[in-house]
Design a protein around this ligand. Structure first.
Ligand SMILES: [Zn+2]
Length: 138
């Protein structure tokens, strides 16, 4: 495996630990409203659909489609070397449930809006697992 890139790591707390640590079990997890079953991301204390406060983490399949992307060629962050893909993916379980992420394991010729992708995780320090996405059939 190649060396892991430098990343600005998230601050993990009670409200988002399910998301950043789910990769330890290979799970992509979002808060889900237990009243109306809506997934809520980014984490919030109240369901935006029904205003319930009964939100609990649940795993999704990790399957998604590429909603949009850009291939970055500029060195914005020292140690996080271009080129790299910045992507927004839409999670299969719910239209509009979107995640900003990086695409990995693909070449420019592979990448098309609408393509099928699946989650993979990059393990970092302090039990943090960054959810990344790769082509589903790679
Ligand atoms: Zn709800």
């Amino acid at each position: 495996m190649t060396e892991k890139p430098f990343r600005l790591l998230p601050e993990v707390g009670a409200e988002n630990a399910h998301f950043w640590q789910g990769g330890a079990e290979g799970e992509l997890r979002f808060l889900r409203c237990q009243a109306c079953r809506t997934y809520v991301h980014p984490p919030a204390p109240v369901c935006p659909e029904c205003l319930s406060r009964e939100l609990s983490p649940e795993a999704v399949s990790g399957l998604a489609r590429l909603y949009t992307y850009t291939l970055n060629h500029h060195s914005w962050v020292p140690g996080f070397d271009p080129p790299y893909w910045v992507a927004i993916v839409e999670i299969d379980e719910q239209p509009g449930l979107r995640l900003t992420t990086n695409l990995v394991g693909c070449s420019p010729a592979d990448v098309k809006i609408g393509m099928r992708v699946r989650v993979c995780f990059e393990e970092r320090e302090d039990g943090i697992y960054i959810p990344l996405f790769e082509p589903e059939n790679s």
